[in-house]
Design a protein around this ligand. Structure first.
Ligand SMILES: NC(=O)c1ccc[n+]([C@@H]2O[C@H](COP(=O)([O-])OP(=O)(O)OC[C@H]3O[C@@H](n4cnc5c(N)ncnc54)[C@H](O)[C@@H]3O)[C@@H](O)[C@H]2O)c1
Length: 310
C-alpha cells in the first residue's frame, strides 16, 4: 500500500538526547528519512539517520536545510535544566530562544510544512487547579519557563503549521542520571548500586510521570495527523508522590535503605498533574504504559548498563 508519509524527511533537533534518541529510532523504524541536529555526538546512534553535530543557534545550521529537503521539524533541542536556567539565564536563552528562532527562520526560508515542538509543564508555575489543562494561565517560576514560552510564541507567529506539546515528567531508558536528571533515573541509579537516596521535603509532593515510549508515540501521532496549530499537554494524567515512587522502585530493586529527607528545594512545585483530554481527543493519544511497567523496563535498562560498565 502506498503511504506518502514514508517519504517524508524529518529533522529532529536534540536527536542525541533522551527523548530525541527514542524519537529518531521510532521515526527510522517507521520509514521516515531522519536528519538529526545536536550539539553533542550520538550516544545511541541509529545507523539509518544522518547526524549533524552543531549548535542550532549558529549560522552553520543552514547547511542542514541546503543539503536536505526538510518536510517537518521535531524541535526537541534545548537547555533542559531549571536550575541551570536560574544560574545561567543567558545560556538558557541562547539555546531555547535564539536556537528556536534560528530553526523557525530557516523553516520559513526552506518551506518546512510543520513544526512539532517540545514545551513543558513548567509554564503553568504552581497550578491553581488540577489536573492542569491547556487553558490554565501561564506563570513563570524560572527562566526555563520563560524561554519555553518564548519559543511557543515565536512558533505561533511564524505562519508555519505547528503542534506544541507540553510534556509532564518524562522518564525511561537512556535518561541521564547525572547532574540535573529526573528523579526517576537518579533513584534507580542509586538504588541498584545500593547507595543512599535523598528526598527533598516530605516526599508528599506529586509528579505526573510519563514513559518515554508514550511521548514518542505522541510525536508520531502528531506527525501523521492533519491536526495543527494546537498547544497540547502530553501526560499520563496520573499523580504519584515521590514517596510512592521511592516505594515502587525499592520493591523492584530490593533496596534496603531508608530515604534521607532533606530540606524542600526553593521553587519546587508541590503538586503537578496535567490533563491529557485534548491529546486523547485530537490525536487519539493513549499513554499505554503503566508506571509499574515503565519503571520495570527502565530498571532493566539501568541494571544492564551498570553490568556493562562494571
Ligand atoms: N524530560 C522531561 O521530563 C521533559 C519535560 C518537559 C519538556 N521536555 C523537553 O523535551 C525536550 C527533550 O528533553 P530531554 O529530556 O530529551 O533532554 P536532553 O537533554 O536529553 O535532550 C536535549 C538535547 O538537546 C541538545 N541541545 C541542547 N542545546 C542545543 C543546541 N544549542 N544545539 C543543538 N543541540 C542542543 C542536547 O545536546 C541534548 O542532546 C527538551 O526541549 C525539553 O525541554 C522534557
Amino acid at each position: 500500500m502506498h503511504n506518502s508519509n514514508l517519504k517524508k524527511t524529518i529533522l529532529v533537533t536534540g536527536g542525541c538526547g533522551f527523548i530525541g534518541s527514542h524519537t529518531v529510532d521510532l521515526l527510522c523504524q517507521s520509514g521516515y528519512n531522519v536528519i538529526v541536529a545536536d550539539i553533542v555526538s550520538p550516544k545511541y546512534k541509529n545507523e539509518k539517520a544522518k547526524y549533524y553535530q552543531l549548535d542550532i543557534a549558529s549560522s552553520d545550521t543552514e547547511r542542514i536545510f541546503i543539503e536536505n529537503n526538510i518536510d517537518v521539524i521535531i524541535h526537541l533541542a534545548a537547555q533542559v535544566s531549571v536550575s541551570v536556567s536560574n544560574r545561567i539565564p543567558l545560556e538558557d536563552a541562547h539555546n531555547n530562544i535564539i536556537g528556536s528562532i534560528n530553526i523557525i527562520e530557516l523553516a520559513k526560508k526552506y518551506n518546512v510544512k510543520k513544526i512539532i515542538a517540545s514545551s513543558s509543564a513548567a509554564l503553568y508555575g504552581s497550578p491553581q487547579y488540577y489536573p492542569v489543562d491547556e487553558t490554565h494561565p501561564t506563570f513563570y517560576l524560572s527562566p526555563y519557563a520563560i524561554s519555553k514560552h518564548a519559543m511557543e510564541e515565536y512558533i505561533k507567529i511564524s505562519g508555519i503549521d505547528y503542534l506544541i506539546y507540553r510534556f509532564s515528567n518524562v522518564y525511561g531508558p537512556r535518561q541521564d542520571s547525572k547532574g540535573e536528571a529526573g528523579v526517576v533515573s537518579i533513584f534507580i541509579d542509586r538504588m541498584i548500586s545500593n547507595l543512599p537516596v535523598e528526598i527533598n521535603g516530605t516526599g508528599n509532593q506529586t509528579r505526573d510521570f510519563i514513559y518515554v515510549k508514550d511521548i514518542v508515540n505522541a510525536i508520531l501521532l502528531g506527525l501523521k495527523s492533519d491536526i495543527c496549530n494546537e498547544t497540547i499537554n502530553i501526560s499520563a494524567n496520573t499523580e504519584c508522590t515521590i514517596n510512592e515512587l521511592f516505594e515502587i522502585i525499592k520493591n523492584f530493586t530490593a533496596y534496603k535503605l531508608k530515604p534521607h529527607y532533606t530540606p524542600e528545594r526553593i521553587g519546587d512545585i508541590y503538586r503537578s498533574v496535567l490533563d491529557n483530554k485534548k491529546a486523547k481527543k485530537l490525536l487519539r493519544f493513549e499513554p499505554g504504559t503503566s508506571l509499574e511497567e515503565g519503571l520495570s523496563k527502565t530498571i532493566i535498562f539501568f541494571s544492564k548498563r551498570r553490568y556493562v560498565n562494571a
